[in-house]
Design a protein around this ligand. Structure first.
Ligand code: 8YV
Length: 322
C-alpha cells in the first residue's frame, strides 16, 4: 500500500517532521513560505491530508468535493480559518490540537494583562529611549492587579487556565460568561461565579479576558456598544481571535479614554496591525505568541500527527471537530 500523501504547510518542530517522514509520503516546507490560495486549492486535489496552521485559509474555494483530500489536521486549537461546513459537505474529516496549548496561551493572556495594567511596554520603551532620569513617585503609575475583578468570556480549557492563574496566583475575583452553564464544582475550583450574559458582565470587571472561539458566530462580539458598557478604567485582553473584537471601535475607545487599555495577541487582519493601535501607548501588542514555546509547539505538532495516524489507521481521530 502506498503511504498517504501529506502536505505540511509550514515548518514544524524537527522531531514532529521526523515522525511524519518515517510514516508518510510527506511534503514539508523548510523555507516556511506561506502557501497561496491557489497552491492550497491544487494541494486539495493532490494530497490525502493537509496539516495547516492559522495562516492557511481553507475556505469553500479550496475545500471542494471530488478532490483527493480526506483529512485536515489543524495544528492549533482555533480553526476559524477552516470552512468546516465545506469540509463536512466534501466528506473531509477535520481535527485540531486542544489541551496542549492551554497553559501557554493563558500565560500570554496574563502577560498581556500585567503588561497593560503595570505599563510594562510603555516603561520599557521609555527606558530604552534614554528618557529615564531616575525614580519618581508619580512615574508610570499603573493599576493593581492582585485582588481586582476579572471577567472571563468563554470558560473552556484556556478560560479555566486563565481563571486558575487569576484566582490562585493573583487572588482575583473571577466572573465567567459562557454560552452553556458551567458545573458548580468547576466554578468552585476557581471561586468563580457565572453571570447570565455578556452585557451583565461588562460593567462589573476591571479586566475582561476573551477565551471564546473566533469565526462568524463571535465576529465583533466586543463592538462599540459593548465597549461602552465597560468601565472607563477597565482593560481588555484578547488572546482568542482578532475577529472577536471590532478593532476600529477598540482604538476609538482607547483614544477617547473610554477604556484604560488593551492587551492584544491577535488581530482582525494578521499580520496587519492598524496604525491607530500601533500609536497607542495604552495598548500592549504581541505578534500571536499564545502557544509559542518549544514545549507547546512540539506537543501541538505531535497531537496533530496523533490525529493523522488515527485517521489513516481507520480509527476515530481523538480531536475530531468535523
Ligand atoms: C497557534 C492559536 O499557534 O491554537 C491556536 O488556536 O491561536 C495559536 O496559538 C496557531 O493557531 C497555529 O495554527
Amino acid at each position: 500500500m502506498p503511504k498517504p500523501k501529506v502536505l505540511v504547510t509550514r515548518a514544524w518542530p524537527e522531531a514532529v517532521e521526523a515522525r511524519l517522514k518515517a510514516n508518510y509520503d510527506v511534503t514539508l516546507n523548510p523555507e516556511d513560505v506561506i502557501h497561496s490560495a491557489s497552491d492550497l486549492r491544487a494541494a486539495a486535489g493532490e494530497y490525502d491530508a493537509i496539516l495547516p496552521t492559522v495562516t492557511d485559509r481553507l475556505g469553500a474555494d479550496v475545500i471542494q468535493p471530488g478532490g483527493r483530500l480526506r483529512f485536515i489536521g489543524n495544528c492549533g486549537v482555533g480553526y476559524s480559518h477552516i470552512d468546516v461546513a465545506a469540509a463536512k459537505a466534501a466528506g473531509i474529516v477535520v481535527s485540531n490540537t486542544p489541551d496542549v496549548l492551554s497553559d501557554c496561551t493563558a500565560d500570554i493572556a496574563m502577560t498581556l494583562l500585567l503588561m497593560v495594567a503595570r505599563r510594562a511596554g510603555e516603561g520599557e520603551r521609555f527606558l530604552r529611549a534614554g528618557l529615564w532620569e531616575g525614580w519618581r513617585p508619580g512615574q508610570l503609575i499603573g493599576r493593581k492587579v492582585s485582588g481586582a475583578t476579572i471577567g472571563i468570556v468563554g470558560f473552556g480549557r484556556i478560560g479555566q487556565a486563565m481563571a486558575a492563574r487569576a484566582r490562585h496566583g493573583f487572588g482575583m475575583k473571577v466572573l465567567v460568561q459562557n454560552r452553556s452553564p458551567i458545573a458548580p464544582e468547576v466554578l468552585a475550583a476557581y471561586g468563580a461565579r457565572q453571570v447570565a450574559s455578556l452585557d451583565e458582565l461588562l460593567p462589573e470587571v476591571d479586566f475582561l479576558s476573551l477565551h471564546c472561539p473566533g469565526g462568524a458566530a463571535n465576529r465583533h462580539l466586543i463592538d462599540a456598544r459593548r465597549l461602552a458598557l465597560m468601565r472607563p478604567d477597565a482593560f481588555l485582553i484578547n488572546t482568542a481571535r482578532g475577529e472577536v473584537v471590532d478593532e476600529a471601535a477598540l482604538a476609538e475607545a482607547l483614544a477617547a479614554g473610554r477604556l484604560a487599555g488593551a492587551g492584544l495577541d491577535v488581530y482582525e487582519e494578521e499580520p496587519k496591525v492598524t496604525a491607530a493601535l500601533m500609536g497607542m501607548e495604552n495598548a500592549a501588542l504581541l505578534p500571536h505568541l499564545g502557544s509559542a514555546t518549544r514545549e507547546t509547539r512540539d506537543a501541538m505538532g505531535h497531537r496533530a500527527v496523533d490525529n493523522l495516524d488515527a485517521f489513516f489507521a481507520g480509527r476515530e481521530p481523538p480531536d475530531r471537530v468535523a
